[in-house]
Design a protein around this ligand. Structure first.
Ligand code: GLY
Length: 389
């Protein structure tokens, strides 16, 4: 372990990173801005509303607790509290986190993982408050209830389009963290087993030869046979939708951290190498790596932020500085004038230029709550590795 830490520190020095490097200075700047922006957002939100994106006039668009993104605003408030230590933000974070308690009594899908883990998960991690442990574990069990032995995966969506019978999307990898964490808290190992099975089945069925992945795999619920492979939110079924690749990278990195299973680390490395080989110069991916309109196609800040956070963790887990270099490049671009809002603009969001769902015609070239969340997470992660120096 000691050797491992020395190795990390040595690599940090080799990279020219340190407590006062440009990313740390960027982090100070971003978290000062975040306090302004996120307080503005808090004032603009009605009871039970969560920030979603902006409309064509740049006004804030909100959702209710049921939208898959409702956990990201409270989660971002937790990162602001973690970085700045400002207790106003701890109180704000609890206020918005606890508005998600309604989810346990509603019809939900796999996104209950994002919703509850980003909010309650961070709250419990940072405060040690155990008041909500039962709710957290209950929500993990709701997600686990979507798993079947026949398929070896948890079902993602409730709605069925085309002729889907049991659709599973790559995004679902992100929702395994609530299972592993709840297993640790409750001692119920079956939750961890489900997470591992889901990740293993996904590894077999979601990836192409080049380590890019499909967005959606549909299973036969009776036999577990794969019925179709599609890319619903990307350019085409055969294309590499950028956020899907980001979820895959982050998901397998996180599952290696949570389980120590080597095949997950190998997958994360392979996905990471594929992404690094395809990123444009500034590190922020086009919304789909295969959009023929590139270089005129839109970039997706959210995919860039998710990748940056995952690459920092992959560097921490492997000591491989290529990942950290890529993350630094991504963070510097996201911190530039092109992407980062000025105080008071962007309806309280930090980042501009996110792409939600082009085929669905929604959230195109707008700020997105999850772009901000993973950007802040990446900066917190970065500040932790450089403070070990
Ligand atoms: N999880 C949905 C998306 O990435 O758009």
């Amino acid at each position: 372990m000691k050797y491992f830490l020395h190795l990390i520190c040595a690599l940090v020095v080799v990279n020219g990173c340190g407590r006062n490097d440009e990313i740390n200075r960027l982090a100070d700047r971003v978290f000062s801005l975040a306090k302004i922006q996120y307080e503005q957002m808090n004032a603009a939100l009605g009871e039970g509303e969560f920030p979603k994106c902006t409309d064509s006039e740049g006004n804030l668009v909100t959702s209710d607790a049921g939208w898959w993104c409702s956990g990201f605003y409270p989660g971002a408030l937790w990162y602001i509290y973690e970085y700045t230590g400002d207790e106003t933000f701890r109180d704000l974070a609890w206020k918005h986190t606890r508005r998600l308690a309604v989810l346990k009594d509603r019809e939900t899908d796999h996104d209950i993982g994002f919703q509850i883990n980003c909010s309650y998960g961070n709250g419990m991690r940072l405060t040690g408050d155990s008041a909500d442990v039962a709710l957290y574990v209950e929500c993990a069990r709701i997600l686990a209830g979507r798993f079947t032995e026949e398929t070896g995966v948890t079902k993602s969506w409730n709605f069925l389009r085309n002729d889907w019978r049991y659709p599973v999307i790559i995004d679902n990898m992100m929702n395994l963290e609530i299972l592993t964490k709840a297993a640790e808290i409750s001692g119920d190992k079956s939750l961890q087993d489900i997470a591992v099975r889901h990740a293993q089945t996904t590894l077999r069925n979601h990836f192409r030869e080049d380590w890019s992945c499909w967005h959606l795999v549909d299973y036969d619920p009776e036999t577990g046979t794969v019925r179709s492979k599609e890319t619903v939110q990307g350019y085409s079924d055969g294309s590499a939708w950028a956020r899907g690749q980001a979820w895959a990278l982050y998901g397998y990195t996180m599952m290696y951290r949570e389980t120590g299973i080597e095949e997950f680390l190998e997958a994360a490395r392979n996905i990471g190498n594929m992404i690094m080989g395809r990123l444009p110069e500034d590190g922020i991916p086009y919304w789909d790596f295969d959009d023929p309109a590139i270089p005129e196609a839109l970039k997706d800040a959210s995919a860039g932020a998710i990748m940056a956070s995952a690459f920092i963790e992959l560097n921490t887990l492997t000591g491989d500085s290529h990942y950290l270099k890529t993350a630094r490049r991504q963070l510097l671009t996201l911190g530039s004038e092109e992407y980062l809002a000025k105080p008071g603009e962007n309806a309280g969001f930090l980042l501009k230029h996110g792409v939600g769902n082009i085929p669905g015609g929604t959230e195109i070239d707008v700020p997105l709550s999850y772009a901000d969340y993973y950007f802040l997470e990446a900066l917190v992660r970065y500040s932790k590795i450089t403070s070990e120096e």
